[in-house]
Ligand binder design. Structure first.
Ligand SMILES: Nc1ncnc2c1ncn2[C@@H]1O[C@H](COP(=O)(O)OP(=O)(O)OP(=O)(O)O)[C@@H](O)[C@H]1O
Length: 758
């Protein structure tokens, strides 16, 4: 429990309840309202209206004419029966009858529209319009864009809600000087994913987006159509499609499922299986055989249901679970079985061919607010059919996922497969390590909250078959592997150290001893030289599998700045456009632009972004998994332009263009006032946070422990990235070294570890 939590409880403030009441109202396209129903009551549920329809059908009285969606629910209440005690003139009947509206009498209520990601296209623009304009139907909103307007996107553009449209257009035009054909279309897909007005951009740039497909003027329409098909395929891989972005619909005979079946080279799959299958350890082979068995059982004409179809594979870092999953995937794909590879983070998904984040694969919402909700793909959609046909679903790093997502996956699969069995009877292989970083709980994170959010607390946990890998494969030093496990499971003995060297400060902290073979330094320059000696630093491809890991972002930024200074190329400063995202009632003049420029938040680039060509950087958002442009992926700067930065992945010559994107975040922690920053989604990546390093093997690594670890599993993740203790160097304060041995703070939530082993 933290100090503020303790104070809150001692003072006996409420632990539950929120004042004022905060309510989220749904946003959905016409005919796409999510309906929950009980078996046998489907028609009844369908006949009921939702909150958006109630708003559209609000009474005809003049007082309701200019009321926006959120304001309506903040100020009024809707009743299904006429309230008996309300005065007659305070009750209005809805336009279509059957609903009664009264003014909210007691208590304040803050209403927000459910957040929609920009990559949801039309739904995103609908939310934008509903937040800003009163309306009585979807048609009213289209009319904002003129009599011929057919998309919410055009309407939002016409109303000036998308002021950055020109910048997207300039970025595409600038990229066209370097990129052609498919590469430019992939950038267009990326722009759609970050919320660019696709329909408007397509109208302006369809010629440059299709020029490699032209075969004479008479075939222009065919070329446009082919380009749109490729764009649609790119969007579908991220979970959306042309129509969702207001682009023309296309007829594509090749469905997502069809493309998946032919996406992989049989030769490459065979090579992977031939190379690794014979090398699997006994415990890896045991898991391999079980998964093969349940996949075979589920595919047989009369599936045998005795073996649990959901497996949780518990493997300490470096025990070869990723490699095992890759072998299983290759083996099954070679045998014509569709395998879906999903992971909690984009960077973990990159470990798999065709891997995507679980959010994009399954269409999970960003926040789970409805305990009965399902994913956003409908059963009849191409994605729905693709998931239905899968012989196996692999979900990696599930220990970082909120259990609500897994429960949603279970509900959705039962519905999709028409089966009441766990996950609809579909073989599912979850992998993870409870010793590593746990789910991030929004707003607060004490042990209880984290354990409650974890899969281990789910009712599904008890039904899964638990399998284990125990032999370290990354680190072949059994003594170090044992030491790591003790740290990961909180079994390492603790020693008392003084918290500071300040005279009179007698506070102490418990620290654990780190393996004696790990060396240490008190000097950051030495740390940098250990990982990035000058000859390596000037060759960015060699830097990619090296890293300095830090506990806190402030040390990440300072170390990166020092390293960037050592690169020989010219430094460029790229400034962001910052502004307040105002809502009714906010005062714009309260905030000075200087203050906005100084504001930063986790996962948001700074106002002044310093870059050099040849610098190793990291992508800060999931942009396009096909190109490997996901949160945490490393890229090398090739050229810095005005509207785009050209980048390439380490080891690959293929150049891609990155535009500025909009980041929206609270101006202060917990403030309801949001600001937006348009900046390139990049940060220098020689040093990175331990959180970002999870799941990566780092060949040469150093660890900055000037500030102690603060999260469950952080020390364990950092120490288990390296193949041997000798290759690790730790930067530590002198007071944490005793007799030449380093001591460090280790945080382990015992409830996560014990429930897993229990
Ligand atoms: N059977 C094996 N024989 C030889 N090397 C192996 C074997 N299994 C895995 N490895 C190697 O061990 C290293 C770690 O494996 P992998 O990344 O699969 O571990 P992991 O359990 O996924 O780790 P983390 O949880 O840290 O992501 C890799 O370099 C991998 O190639």
């Amino acid at each position: 429990m933290g100090a503020s939590d303790a104070a809150w409880r001692i003072l006996e403030f409420d632990l539950t309840g929120r004042d004022p009441t905060v309510e989220c109202v749904p946003v959905h396209l016409d005919g796409q309202r999510i309906v929950s129903y009980r078996r046998g009551h489907e028609d009844e549920a369908l006949a009921k209206d939702g909150k958006l329809e109630w708003y559209f059908n609000r009474p005809a009285a003049e007082v309701f004419d200019n009321v926006k969606y959120a304001d309506f629910y903040e100020n009024y209440r809707v009743h299904t029966k006429k309230p008996v005690r309300a005065r007659e003139h305070d009750v209005w009947e809805s336009v279509s009858g059957g609903r009664f509206v009264t003014r909210r009498q007691r208590g304040e209520c803050v209403v927000r529209l459910f957040w929609v990601s920009p990559h949801r296209g039309e739904l995103y623009y609908l939310r934008l319009l509903l937040s800003n304009f009163p309306c009585r139907s979807y048609a009213d909103l289209y009319l904002l864009g003129g009599p011929d307007c057919k998309t919410f996107q055009e309407a939002a553009c016409a109303m000036g809600l998308l002021d950055n449209e020109k910048e997207y257009s300039d970025a595409l035009q600038e990229a066209h000087t370097f990129l052609l054909g498919n590469a430019l279309r992939r950038m267009f897909v990326l722009l759609c994913n970050i919320g660019a007005p696709a329909a408007v951009l397509w109208e302006q740039h369809r010629d440059i987006l299709s020029e490699d497909l032209f075969e004479g003027d008479e075939n222009r329409e065919r070329a446009y159509n082919q380009a749109l098909i490729q764009i649609d395929r790119g969007l579908r891989r991220g979970g959306s499609n042309n129509v969702m972005h207001g682009l023309p619909d296309v007829v594509d005979d090749n469905t997502e499922l069809g493309r998946e079946r032919t996406a992989y080279s049989m030769d490459a799959l065979k090579r992977e299986v031939d190379e690794w299958l014979p090398r699997l350890s006994d415990e890896q082979r045991n898991v391999f055989n079980y998964i093969k068995l349940i996949v075979q059982q589920s595919q047989s004409a009369s599936p045998i249901t005795t073996s649990p179809n959901a497996v949780f594979l518990d493997a300490p870092g470096g025990c070869g679970k990723t490699l095992l999953c890759r072998v299983i995937t290759a083996y099954l794909r070679l045998n014509k079985t569709v395998v879906i590879c999903a992971a909690s983070s984009g960077i973990a998904a990159l470990n798999y061919d065709g891997g995507r984040t679980a959010h994009s694969t399954f269409g999970f919402p960003l926040e789970i607010t409805d305990p009965r909700g399902v994913w956003s793909h409908t059963n009849g959609s191409q994605r729905g059919q693709f998931i239905k046909a899968a012989g196996l679903i692999i979900y990696d790093e599930v220990t970082m996922a909120d259990r609500g997502l897994i429960e949603m996956m279970d509900r959705s699969l039962r519905d999709l497969m028409g089966s009441t069995r766990l996950f609809g009877g579909k073989p599912v292989m979850f992998c993870g390590d409870f010793r590593q970083l746990a789910p991030i709980v929004k707003g607060y994170h004490n042990e209880g909250d984290v354990v409650n959010a974890s899969l281990i607390s789910s009712r599904l946990w008890g039904f899964m078959k638990k399998m284990k890998l125990t032999v370290g494969q990354r680190c072949t030093d059994p003594e170090y592997s044992k030491h790591l496990l003790e740290i990961g499971e909180g079994r390492a003995p603790e020693h008392t150290f003084r918290l500071s060297n300040v005279e009179g400060d007698e506070r102490t902290e418990p620290l654990i001893a780190i393996d004696r073979r790990v060396s240490h330094t008190y000097n950051v320059e030495e740390l940098i030289a250990h990982v990035f000696p000058d000859e390596v630093l000037q060759n960015p491809d060699q830097c990619a599998d090296r890293a300095i890991l830090c506990t806190h972002n402030i040390n990440v930024a300072a170390t990166n700045e020092l390293i960037l200074g050592q690169l020989e190329t010219e430094e460029r400063e790229l400034l962001s456009a910052d502004s307040l995202a105002l809502e009714a009632g906010d005062q714009a003049d309260l905030y000075d632009i200087e203050l906005l420029h100084q504001t930063t938040a986790k996962g948001v680039p700074p106002h002044v972004l310093k870059l050099k060509t040849g610098a190793l950087c990291m992508i800060m958002r999931n942009l396009n998994s096909d190109d490997g442009l996901v949160n945490g992926a490393k890229v090398i700067i090739v050229q810095i332009g005005a509207n785009v930065i050209l980048i390439r992945r380490p080891g690959s010559p293929e150049v891609m263009a990155l535009p500025r994107i909009t980041f929206k975040f609270p101006i202060f922690d917990n403030s309801h006032v949001q600001m937006t920053r348009r900046q390139f989604p990049l940060q220098i990546a020689y040093a990175m946070s331990i959180h970002k390093s999870q799941g990566q093997t780092i060949r040469r690594c150093a660890l900055d422990l000037r500030s102690g670890c603060f999260a469950h599993g952080q020390l364990y993740v950092a120490l288990s990235r390296v193949p041997s203790p000798e290759s690790l160097l730790i930067l530590t304060p002198e007071r944490r070294v005793r007799d030449g041995q380093i001591y460090a703070r280790n945080i382990v939530y015992k409830n996560l570890i014990h429930r897993n082993s229990g």
